[in-house]
Write a protein that binds this ligand. Structure first.
Ligand code: BES
Ligand code: MN
Ligand code: MN
Length: 452
C-alpha cells in the first residue's frame, strides 16, 4: 500500500522537494537570512499540509526552529524527528555543472545544494508522515524539530532543547542526516565523531615588509605557521598535541574486526577521489581512520599576497582554520584547551599567536540493542532485502550527544545518503532511489517500532 502511494505521488514529492531546494537557505551567509526563514516557512507549510497539529516557527537568537507534532494516542510511543533545512555555502560556484539552487535530475540523481544534506532527507520524513496520515496508518506519535543552524554549529538549539524539555518529550530520536554504504549494502550509522574547530593567527612584524629588505632577518608568519602546523603530526600520522589521545577509547580486536568486515573497496575509493594513495595514522585501516580515530586537519589557510602575478612581500600576519574530529571519550572543550595550550607553547618568540574557538561538539555512539534500532534494522530488511550493517561515520552531528544528555534519549541514525553524494562540495546530489526507498523505509520503521 505504501509502495503504491509513493509511486502514485512521486512526481509531486519531487516537485515539492525541488521547490525547497530552490530556496538558498545558506545559514552561514547573513545575506541569505531571509532565504533561511523562507525555507523554514516552507517546512511549516508542508508539515501543516501533511496533517501535523499547530506547527510552529520558533524564533531563536539566530535562525528559526520548526516544531510540529501529531499525537495519535498518548499510550503510543513518540518519535522525535530531527533534521536541518539550512545548507552549506555553494562555493566554489564555477565547479558546479548546473546552478546549485536550480535542481535537476541527471542519471537518476537530484543535483542541488542540500539535496542530500539535509533537505532531501528531511523531506523524506515529511512525505512519510503524509503517507501514513493519508493511509490512516500512523501508529506512533510524531514530533518534528527541524533546525536552521546545523551547518554553523547549532548555537541556539541547545538552549531550545533545555527550555522545551516537556514539549520535546519522546521515546527516541530519529535522524536521517548520514550516509549508508551503498544501495547494495544498506547500513545504519552507530557512531559519529565530535568536533573542535579553532582559528589561529600568527603575527610577525607590525606591517607588511619588503621581502628583500627584511627577508631572512624577521620571522615570516606564513613560514612560522606552516612549521607549527606541520609539527602537529609525527611521521606515523599521529597528532603530537600532548594528552590528545589520553581519553580515546580503543576498540577491542573483535570490534575492529567487525568494523573492517563492512564492504569497502580501497581501489574504488582512490579512483573516486583520483588519488594514487591514501594517507593517515599508521596501523589503522581507512574505515578505522574515519570511524574510530581522532584527526586534525587544516580547513583553510591564508596570508600574504595571493593576487595576480608576484608581489615581494613579507606579510605581517598569517591565519588558519583548524578542525579536530573527536571520538569517544574525547571531550570537545578539553581538546580545544589542549590544542590552545600546545599551539601557544610551540610558537617562537619572534611571533605572537592568537587562538580563537569556533564551535565544537561531542562524539556519539548509539546503541544497537534498543527497540528502535531493532525496528530500524527490521525495516531495512523489509525494504532493502538485507540487514543493515552498523557503521561508524566520520562526520559530526553534535546535537546527538546533547539529546542524550538533556532529554535522556537515544538516537537512531537512519541516513540514506552516500559518501559519494558530494555533500558540502560542488555538485552535491542525492539519488531519486535513495529518496523514494528512504520514504518507504521510514514508514516501515514506524510500523515495526509501534509493535515493540
Ligand atoms: N550531515 C552532516 C554530518 C554527517 C555527514 C554525518 C556525513 C555523517 C556522515 C552535517 O550536516 C554536518 O555537516 N556536520 C558538520 C558539523 C557541524 C558542527 C558544522 C560536520 O560534520 O562538519
Ligand atoms: Mn547534515
Ligand atoms: Mn552538513
Amino acid at each position: 500500500m505504501i509502495k503504491e502511494y509513493i509511486q502514485t505521488h512521486q512526481q509531486r514529492f519531487l516537485d515539492e522537494l525541488f521547490d525547497l531546494l530552490r530556496i538558498p537557505s545558506v545559514s552561514a551567509d547573513s545575506r541569505h537570512k531571509n532565504d533561511v526563514r523562507k525555507a523554514a516557512e516552507y517546512i511549516v507549510a508542508k508539515l501543516n499540509a501533511a496533517g501535523a497539529d499547530r506547527v510552529e516557527l520558533c524564533e531563536t537568537k539566530g535562525h528559526p526552529i520548526v516544531f510540529g507534532k501529531k499525537i495519535v494516542d498518548q499510550s503510543l510511543p513518540t518519535v522525535l524527528v530531527y533534521g536541518h533545512y539550512d545548507v552549506q555555502p555553494p562555493d566554489p560556484l564555477d565547479l558546479w555543472s548546473s546552478p546549485p539552487f536550480e535542481p535537476v535530475i541527471k542519471d537518476g540523481k537530484i543535483f542541488a545544494r542540500g539535496s542530500c544534506d539535509d533537505k532531501g532527507q528531511v523531506y523524506m520524513h515529511i512525505k512519510a508522515f503524509e503517507a501514513m496520515m493519508k493511509l490512516n496508518q500512523l501508529s506512533c506519535n510524531i514530533k518534528f524539530m527541524i533546525e536552521g543552524e546545523e551547518e554553523v554549529g547549532s548555537d541556539n538549539l541547545g538552549t531550545f532543547v533545555k527550555e522545551n524539555k516537556d514539549k520535546l518529550k519522546a521515546d527516541v530520536i530519529l535522524i536521517s542526516d548520514t550516509a549508508m554504504i551503498s544501495l547494495e549494502h544498506p547500513s545504519i550509522t552507530v557512531g559519529l565523531r565530535g568536533l573542535s574547530y579553532l582559528e589561529v593567527e600568527v603575527t610577525g612584524p607590525n606591517r607588511d615588509l619588503h621581502s628583500g629588505v627584511y627577508g631572512g632577518a624577521v620571522a615570516n608568519p606564513i613560514n612560522v605557521l606552516s612549521q607549527m602546523i606541520a609539527s602537529l603530526h609525527d611521521d606515523t600520522g599521529r597528532v603530537t598535541i600532548p594528552g590528545f589521545y589520553d581519553s580515546v577509547i580503543s576498540l577491542s580486536e573483535d570490534e575492529r574486526k567487525k568494523l573492517n568486515e563492512a564492504p569497502f573497496d580501497l581501489n574504488e575509493y582512490k579512483k573516486d577521489l583520483n588519488i594514487d594513495d591514501v594517507r593517515g595514522e599508521k596501523g589503522y585501516t581507512t574505515l578505522e581512520r574515519t570511524g574510530i580515530r581522532p584527526t586534525l586537519d587544516v580547513n583553510g589557510i591564508w596570508g600574504g599576497y595571493t593576487g595576480e602575478g608576484a608581489k615581494t612581500v613579507l606579510p605581517s600576519k598569517a591565519s588558519a582554520k583548524i578542525s579536530m574530529r573527536l571520538v569517544p571519550n574525547q571531550d570537545s572543550r578539553e581538546i580545544s584547551e589542549l590544542f590552545t595550550k600546545h599551539f601557544l607553547s610551540i610558537a617562537p618568540k619572534s611571533v605572537k599567536v592568537k587562538v580563537t574557538l569556533h564551535h565544537g561538539g561531542q562524539p556519539a555512539v548509539t546503541p544497537t540493542n534498543s527497540k528502535a534500532f531493532k525496528a530500524a534494522s527490521d525495516s531495512f530488511v523489509e525494504v532493502w532485502g538485507k540487514a543493515p550493517i552498523p557503521t561508524r561515520d566520520g562526520g559530526s552531528i553534535p546535537i546527538v550527544s546533547l539529546f542524550k544528555k538533556e532529554l535522556g534519549l537515544d538516537t537512531v541514525l537512519m541516513g540514506f545518503g552516500l559518501d559519494s553524494d558530494a555533500i558540502h562540495s560542488p555538485n552535491e546530489h542525492y539519488g531519486v532511489k535513495n529518496f523514494l526507498s528512504g520514504i518507504e523505509t521510514i514508514v516501515t520503521f514506524y510500523k515495526h517500532y509501534s509493535k515493540q
